[in-house]
Write a protein that binds this ligand. Structure first.
Ligand code: SAM
Length: 330
């Protein structure tokens, strides 16, 4: 069904500008409509970062996830009578428009799961260029199989795939780091007088002058046998976030989370925070063309980015508008 886009203006955008060509009007926008028509009305290269979490080809209608909800109607429909061929044709038309509106130094993250990520990856290699594939992120939504997943005679399907492409060989990326996990911390087995924990590593080929300088800075550990080692402190150690993300819980387990709005397939803000911080700068324009409850836009707002959110569902827009009005007040 064709939908005429309805624009809900939310709040004027913050000032700073970077890579994208300016839209004539840079206010934040929540738009009700089919994202294809919405994107066709946008100028080329006006978005710095796109994150999308489209329908996954689940073959189901998606209902409220709040057990106390009395709502009988689904929030959105993910049934495709023409199967995967219909889904992929529908998706390709929209991905091609996303490429057009993406700034030359922009990036796109496409959130999918085992059902279609492999097909969409081939499609994106064609649309964005094989060389512009940057990563496939694996997000473990829930700790382990629950309920029926425990007895399904296969490994639990509790991991989503997020494909990350740049539009060109120029893109924004700020590497995120996290604290070491318990296992990684164990090797920091020494504690000095001021309580700082450290590990020791053989000195390698430092010059005598460098070793003397490190000694003066307290960075050298001398063993009982008199051998010198370099100290590395636990409080300075961070581990690089790689492509396997297991530290952000989905709402399957966090049913009591205040963040949860009951919108089916709602994603956690922590996931979007990591993506938006890594792949955009303050003042950039972030877009989510399947915005649902508005997670991407709410996080973009909090991080000082401009944003555009689009959804074909009237319910999604109503929920997102309330959420974004709140986020704009903070
Ligand atoms: C997986 S949900 C997104 C959930 C969202 N990430 C969140 O955190 O709430 C997918 C959304 O895509 C929307 N959608 C489906 N077809 C669309 C289209 N052609 N244009 C825009 N939105 C569409 C659905 O209404 C649904 O809200």
């Amino acid at each position: 069904m064709a939908h005429t886009p309805i624009v809900v203006e939310v709040q004027a955008a913050p000032g700073a500008r970077t890579g994208s060509k300016p839209r004539p009007d840079r206010s934040n926008r929540l738009i009700h409509g089919d994202c294809l028509a919405v994107m066709q009305a946008l100028p080329a290269e006006c978005i710095d970062l796109i994150y999308i979490d489209p329908p996954f080809l689940t073959g189901r209608q998606h209902y409220s996830t709040l057990t106390e909800s009395s709502r009988a109607e689904p929030y959105f429909d993910d049934r495709w009578p023409g199967g995967i061929a219909e889904y992929l044709a529908w998706f390709e038309a929209r991905l091609a428009e996303m490429r057009r509106v993406l700034a030359a130094a922009g990036s796109i993250y496409i959130h999918l799961d085992w059902r279609t990520s492999h097909y969409v990856k081939c499609m994106c290699d064609r649309l964005f260029g094989y060389d512009n594939f940057r990563n496939e992120l694996f997000w473990r939504r829930d700790v382990a199989g629950k309920g029926a997943k425990r007895t399904s005679r296969q490994w639990p399907r509790n991991v989503d795939s997020i494909l990350f492409y740049s539009k060109s060989d120029q893109w924004t990326f700020r590497q995120p780091y996290v604290a070491l996990d318990e296992q990684q911390q164990k090797v920091y087995r020494y504690t000095q007088a001021d309580g700082r924990r450290f590990k020791t590593v053989m000195l390698g080929d430092y010059s005598a002058a460098s070793i003397a300088r490190m000694e003066a800075q307290g960075l050298i550990y001398v063993s009982k046998s008199g051998k010198k080692y370099k100290k590395y402190y636990l409080d300075e150690a961070m581990s690089t976030v790689d492509t396997i993300w297991t530290d952000i819980a989905g709402f399957g387990t966090r049913t009591a989370s205040k963040e949860r709005l009951g919108y089916p397939t709602q994603k956690p803000e922590a996931l979007l925070t990591r993506i938006i911080e890594a792949s955009s700068n303050a003042g950039d324009v972030v877009a989510d063309f399947f915005c649902g409850s508005g997670t991407t836009c709410a996080v973009a707002q909090k991080l000082g980015r401009s944003w555009i959110g689009v959804d074909v569902s009237n319910d999604a827009i109503t929920i997102a508008a309330t959420r974004l009005a709140q986020a704009a007040k903070v």
